[in-house]
Design a protein around this ligand. Sequence first.
Ligand code: XMP
Length: 326
Amino acid sequence: NWTTGNILEEQIERIRNQIGDARVICGLSGGVDSAVAAALVQRAVGDQLTCVFVDHGLLREGEAEQVERDFVAATGVKLYIANEQERFLTALAGVSDPETKRKIIGREFIRAFEEAELAIIAEAAAHGEKIKFLVQGTLYPDVVESGGGEGAANIKSHHNVGGLPEDLQFELVEPLRALFKDEVRAVGAQLGLPQEIVGRQPFPGPGLGIRIVGDVTKERLDLLRKADAIARAELTAAGLDNEVWQMPVVLLADVRSVGVMGDGRTYGHPIVLRPVSSEDAMTADWSRLPYDLLARISNRITNEVDGVNRVVLDVTSKPPGTIEWE
Ligand code: XMP
């Protein structure tokens, strides 16, 4: 078992041998893989590692803080934060086509990351040092899939931190190459990472940008963040986090329907709940969540989130539906 103390130590030793006294950078996405990869490398080489977090403003409630505060507190990692919310909002303004959104988010992410890289390279140069390595949170299934590429690759252009351009100036450090997801979570827990990070469900690189059907604005993001936070809190409170693979919450920003509130008519947007069960995200079934849980989520979202007057449940399996709506 990879996670028993000795093997963990061996792995840390391996990383130390690979990196030596060079400097290394690692992008953090807020997800499990990059967090665990960074924590391992931090254990191995300490402050030779600088992590980069590009905050694109498309994360869910509390997630940026999890990286900036909780991850740093748990690991002592040196973190460079690029606050790029405005940049992504500007680049996405008026865009509602899903693939165009994905491409814009991917492109801006790479640019923002490269700018952060340059700043760190300059800082290192001022100390007469060079950045030699880039950490990637590649897992075993990614290794197996690469080359052929997964079948779904042509359906949606995927973006994540692991997919950064292979910057030839860096050598790669891939400490998770032999591991499956559950093993990565176990290693993360052993390294003392917060449960909110280690237990995090899959979340797409383009984030909430592809959970707004319609164009992306600050107001819509804030609205969706509120609805999503309610749905997640209720799912957790019901003890069903482990039953559900993931539960995208989607804002149909281009749709409005009539409702009633008190004595007045409302004309608001629907929120879609998309809870699915799955083994690997290649196929999925819609989760049969208890009615009382669905009722609580619906009541809370329609009462607490201004502009939303309807909550609907997606009862489509994959295929033919994909998990995400865009
Ligand atoms: P779909 O919607 O294709 O999603 O059924 C399958 C799984 O992939 C996640 N997903 C992404 N993950 N970058 C990612 O890292 C992406 O661009 C991306 N798009 C979808 C999705 O959340 C689901 O787990």
